[in-house]
Design a binder for this molecule. Sequence first.
Ligand SMILES: C=CC1=C(C)c2cc3[nH]c(cc4nc(cc5[nH]c(cc1n2)c(C)c5CCC(=O)O)C(CCC(=O)O)=C4C)c(C)c3C=C
Ligand SMILES: [Fe+2]
Ligand SMILES: [Fe+2]
Length: 344
Amino acid sequence: MSFYLKEPQIHAQEPERTGILVMNLGTPEAPTAKALRPYLRQFLSDRRVIEIPRLIWWFILNGFILTLRPRQSAHKYASIWDKEGSPLMVNSQKQARLLTGYLHEAIASPYAVELGMRYGQPSVQSAIEKLKAQNCNRILLFPLYPQYAASSSASAIDEAMRVLMRTRNMPEIRTIRDYHTHPAYIQAVAESIRLYWQQHGKPEKLVMSFHGVPRRTYDLGDPYYDQCQVSGKLIAQALELSEDQYLIAFQSRFGAAEWLQPYFAPSIEALGKQKLGRVDVVCPGFSSDCLETLEEIAMEGKTLFLEAGGGEYHYIPALNDRDTWIKAMREIALDNLPGWVTLR
Ligand SMILES: C=CC1=C(C)c2cc3[nH]c(cc4nc(cc5[nH]c(cc1n2)c(C)c5CCC(=O)O)C(CCC(=O)O)=C4C)c(C)c3C=C
Ligand SMILES: [Fe+2]
Ligand SMILES: [Fe+2]
């Protein structure tokens, strides 16, 4: 096998294009243990995700995790799987397709948008190959994580770089690190909450739940925690909420080590025990609904709150294919495209 990936044959008349590679985490092919195993193997073999020494982790991963977790997680995935497939995949595909159309209103020069998933399919490699086949000699890497974390954003960028390392005719590259304070992102989240409240009334408390990461990564310099706090405050300000009207929490703890606190589950239980009449939960760190929002927050969170004695529990959906969010994606992309595209 050659070290280099095969270069596409480009027709001489093909115009040079700017490529936008939209990236997300990825999801299993099916809600089954069989499909979960390779997905989890790839995910949990990523050094950006698991920082335990390789040899020790190999035994834990192969001895315990890949024998037990695929079945447990498959059961959870089955509870959120859509007719069209995994919500994360369905939403990410819609976002990439809509962004292609929305960019057309702003960009006059040739461009192309592709979706690449960090784990599973469509892979980042296949997306870069599709962009190169469309004669993209410049590519903007756009991970759909508003807040930067080494385990999400940097890992996605790594994967693209690994592909480019094996590319003979390498395109120019730009990367989006984060957009946690971008006004269009903050406004898109705030608007989705505001519109939800116009239709369903307001809660006593709004919980903003972000995906967690190990606490140690914060101590070692990962800016993720601080970025989540800043985004949360900006969203609260946009909604004119006072400090006692909202709470920032971290979900999806994995393993025995300490993760970022406060943890979502005990926080929501505590609100239930306080007999709160209504709590609404939103997940501003997820640009698309997925297992973590639809199962852990919308389902498990509701059970915890109600069983603890709470009143109503509402989950406010992620941005998904909302018009304001796709426009925000366009703004974020355009902020990073000067000199590469001609505007209309
Ligand atoms: C902000 C985005 C995310 C960060 C940061 C992140 C870190 C992180 N995740 C795990 C372990 C798992 N996460 C799983 C699912 C999952 N994670 C994210 C996003 C971030 N993860 C999303 C969007 C999803 C849902 C995917 C879907 O298909 O819907 C899973 C798989 C499911 C399960 O078995 O629980 C694991 C495992 C770690 C260890 C980590 C940081 C160190
Ligand atoms: Fe995760
Ligand atoms: Fe989870």
